[in-house]
Design a binder for this molecule. Structure first.
Ligand code: ATR
Length: 276
């Protein structure tokens, strides 16, 4: 039977995953397809049952199902278990295996963009939601130990920092002490198209050469990135994270490493940037 893959979420129409995976399937001459499926909140159990019955080989999971899907899986990767979030399901001999490739995708993108980065770097994570959790766990697993979480709601930053045995700060403290950080990772939705405008962090005290990574990719350059660049920061947007999380999922499903560089350029172009 021809293989097929999917992405489930609510909403799902805006997802760029189908275009990306379809292109990789074609490039790698895999006779399979990848489709978006709208799965309303609260219906993930039925969706999982249907995907299994219909012979889906694997699927991505996006908002709001990343945590809700866990009880319906047979196996869960330790990193996804620690994060309590799954974005990739692999069907192996009828059993469902859950992984989380979001944070690992971020680390791959960071390392690709800035190969000089050392795990001794002092990292500031801005935000303490699902995205922050995935990224901070993956950074920790990669050896980054000098990490601080800052969040609008300090208590949430503290909870996450306790889980990882790293530090927590208020946003104001982080702004005051910004020069002590080598890498700043913006994980909130502030600055995203159709979301809240502006920046969640005042970077006026940024040290020159600091890496400022924003997980947003629409717009391609957020307010935070613009301000950081004006002050001598080195910036990275979220396209690479998106492409790498997809590439790691693709490898889990098919054991094929797809072309991430070409895909990053293609998505940048689609979003109105230039291709180089
Ligand atoms: P996601 O899964 O995308 O990370 P989330 O779990 O809802 O989404 O987390 C959103 C994060 O963005 C949180 O850290 C949130 O801060 P609070 O914990 O204080 O809510 C942060 N965030 C959202 N809107 C914000 C704003 N206007 N200013 C600063 N932080 C904001």
């Amino acid at each position: 039977m021809k293989k097929w893959f999917a992405v489930i979420g609510d909403p799902i129409a805006q997802s760029m995953s189908p275009t990306m995976h379809e292109a990789w399937l074609q490039q790698n001459e895999v006779d399979a397809s990848y489709i978006p499926i709208h799965v309303p909140r609260g219906t993930v159990e039925e969706a999982v049952r249907s995907l299994k019955t219909l012979g889906c080989s694997g699927w991505n999971v996006t908002v709001p199902h990343k945590e809700a899907i866990i009880p319906y899986l047979d196996e869960i990767d330790p990193l996804a278990e620690a994060m309590q979030a799954v974005n990739t399901v692999v069907v192996k001999e009828g059993r469902l295996h859950g992984y989380n490739t979001d944070g690992v995708g971020f680390v791959a993108s960071l390392r690709e963009t800035f190969p000089e980065v050392s795990t001794d770097a002092a990292v500031l994570i801005v935000g303490a939601g699902g995205a922050a959790k995935g990224i901070s766990y993956a950074l920790c697993r990669d050896g980054f130990r000098n990490m601080t979480i800052a969040n609008r709601t300090y208590e949430t930053a503290e909870q996450l920092s306790d889980q990882l045995n790293v530090s927590a700060m208020t946003i104001q403290e982080a702004e005051q002490q910004l020069a002590q950080f080598d890498i700043i990772v913006q994980t909130t939705s502030v600055g995203m198209v159709h979301s809240q405008e502006g920046s969640p962090l005042d970077v006026s005290r940024l040290k020159r050469g600091t890496i400022v990574a924003d997980i947003i990719y629409n717009p391609l350059q957020t307010e935070l990135m613009k301000q950081a660049e004006a002050l001598g920061g080195k910036t990275m947007n979220g396209i690479g994270m998106f492409v790498h999380q997809g590439a790691i999922a693709f490898q889990h499903w098919l054991n094929i490493q797809p072309n991430t560089e070409q895909m990053t350029a293609r998505i940048r172009q689609q979003l109105g940037g230039n291709s180089c």
